[in-house]
Design a protein. Structure first.
Length: 530
């Protein structure tokens, strides 16, 4: 039977980091990934990632009908390829706010305050232009400005300043508030996914065994401890079993990690019993505390054809492709959401709303893009209060999970979106955008005063996920926690979880950088380092 020092389940942001650090320390690792390798150019060319979203390299989920979103089933998405979310995300490098991590510490997670995690962020980072108390310049993860910046992005930044919001060059510095260009996990015009930044350093090591198209069926437990994993090979549909000499690390994300635990008999007793799974370790928190960022749009048509519509067709597409292939410059080096901002709309001194700006009229995943030239402000609430759950539907590992997001069931979240919409419409009406905007598409007409009720209706009708699921294997020191502050699954020796599912609360921003930090921390714990 196969035997390794460690088994890492899930080759996403955190899983690739954990694996790399363990192999660098001389440990043998079996890394399992349910999806295929990242061997498609659409992943590595920054602006073409949307072409991956309808392929087998992405898990597609739908929530149950959401009362807070007009009874709609909301689309959820997770990377299903080597690199996970880091291979299919928008490449925005954001850590969140210091207060996010201090709140983790104060909620029973000692060692996870801002002063604890900032050195870990800096250790991972190799920043193109910053090297200071907030940024590292020697790590494996390249963080850079995009090589292309769209005129619509500049128009947004000028309009925001005309509306009274300051410009910032660094959302990850002393203050997050303001508008600016996002730094991205790109370098030389190419995506810096976790496999590129981390795993590439050990890909040729004999200590690494990488298996893609490997769907985990469940953990192998003996005497209550994790001793291995059963997985199905996509090549011949056979079931294999591998054993571990030290520990198993579960890094399958906010959907996959609670699923793997529940399939293995670890989770809420009622959920396990309802699906005919013997209870090996009752942990009521597995699959609970689901959180995500939700967004609603302000959209407009532009007077001139300056947006992204049509740029992926005909001779224009050929030209962009040749420019990228020959020089690694041009439109295809863009992460599309180049600019944005963080706004304090509730007056508590911390930004509570984030904007992602695109030079296109965007649509939800799986829906056709409107065939028009325009722009979109995607307005996101940063610290949602709504909580949901992720549970298995059956004992069959091939079945998708049941997601009850309870999106926008808390009025605090809805009012946050309303305030964000007001900011967005104010910026859309500023001179630098009025020069290029023909008319507002949603939620009203340019310059028109809309009631709060109208904005609430718009938010509930259009809200969608930002694809930042977390919280379903919550870290803490209380009985409801799934993992302790060293990421050990409570009551199950030799098993840890390392991914966004361990977050007690969502961070105030994008989740890829924090997931990489979590992977670094897990490796430190496994190797006995601080």
């Amino acid at each position: 039977m196969e035997s390794y020092d460690y088994i890492v389940i899930g080759a996403g942001s955190a899983g690739c980091v954990v694996t790399t650090r363990l192999i660098e320390a001389g440990k043998s690792v079996l890394l399992l990934e349910a999806g295929p390798r990242d061997n498609t150019p659409w992943i590595h060319v920054p602006a073409t990632v949307f072409k991956v979203y309808t392929t087998s390299r992405v898990w597609q989920f739908k929530t149950e009908p959401e009362a807070g979103a007009g009874g709609r089933q909301m689309g959820m998405m997770q990377g299903r390829t080597l690199g996970g979310g880091s291979s299919v995300n928008g490449m925005v490098y954001i850590r969140g706010q210091a207060e996010d991590y201090d709140s983790w510490r104060d909620r029973g997670c000692p060692g996870w305050g801002w002063d604890d995690v900032l050195p870990v962020f800096r250790r991972s980072e190799n920043n193109q232009k910053f090297s200071n108390a907030y940024h590292g310049a020697d790590g494996p993860l390249m963080v850079a400005d995009t090589r292309f910046r769209h005129p619509v992005s500049y128009a947004f930044l000028k309009a925001a300043q005309e509306s009274g919001y300051p410009y910032t060059d660094d959302f990850n510095g002393e203050k997050q508030a303001g508008v600016g260009f996002y730094q991205t996990t790109t370098f030389g015009g190419r995506r810096q996914s976790a496999p590129v930044a981390f795993l590439s350093k050990v890909r040729k090591s004999p200590l690494l065994t990488l298996r893609t198209d490997a769907q985990v069926e469940g953990l192998v437990l003996e005497n209550g401890a994790a001793v291995g994993v059963r997985y199905r090979s996509g090549k011949d549909n056979s079931i294999a079993e591998a054993r571990v000499r030290e520990e198993v690390v579960l890094s399958a994300g906010a959907f996959g990690s609670p699923k793997a635990l529940q399939l293995s008999g670890i989770g809420p007793g009622d959920v396990l019993s309802a699906n005919g799974i013997p209870v090996m370790r009752e942990l009521s928190g597995v699959g609970q505390n689901f959180q995500d960022h939700y967004t609603t749009p302000v959209q407009a048509l532009t007077r001139d054809p300056i947006g992204l519509f049509g740029q992926d067709r005909g001779l224009k597409a050929v030209g962009h492709g040749l420019q990228w292939l020959m020089f690694r410059t041009g439109l295809l080096t863009s992460n599309v959401m180049e600019a944005g901002g963080f706004f304090d709309t509730d007056g508590d001194g911390r930004p509570d709303v984030q904007f992602h700006v695109a030079a296109a009229v965007t649509a939800d995943v799986g829906q056709p893009m409107p065939q028009v030239h325009g722009l979109t402000f995607s307005i996101c609430i940063l610290r949602p209060q709504s909580r949901g759950s992720v549970n298995i539907r059956s004992s069959n590992a091939a079945d998708t999970v049941k997601v009850v997001a309870n999106a926008l069931d808390n009025d605090v979240d809805v009012q946050g979106l309303v305030r964000g919409l007001k900011v967005g419409r104010r910026i859309m009406s500023a001179p630098s955008l009025r020069k290029i905007v023909e008319r507002e598409l949603k939620p009203g007409n340019l310059g028109e005063e809309l009631s709060d009720d109208a904005l609430v209706a718009h938010a509930r009708a259009t809200a969608k996920t930002v694809f930042h699921p977390c919280g379903t294997c919550r870290m803490g020191s209380d009985d409801g926690a799934v993992v302790d502050p060293h990421l050990r699954v409570r009551g199950v020796p030799r098993l840890r979880v390392a991914d966004a599912s361990i977050m007690p609360n969502l961070v105030s921003g994008n989740t890829n950088a924090p997931s990489i930090m979590i992977g670094e921390r897990c490796a430190d714990f496994l190797l006995g380092q601080r």
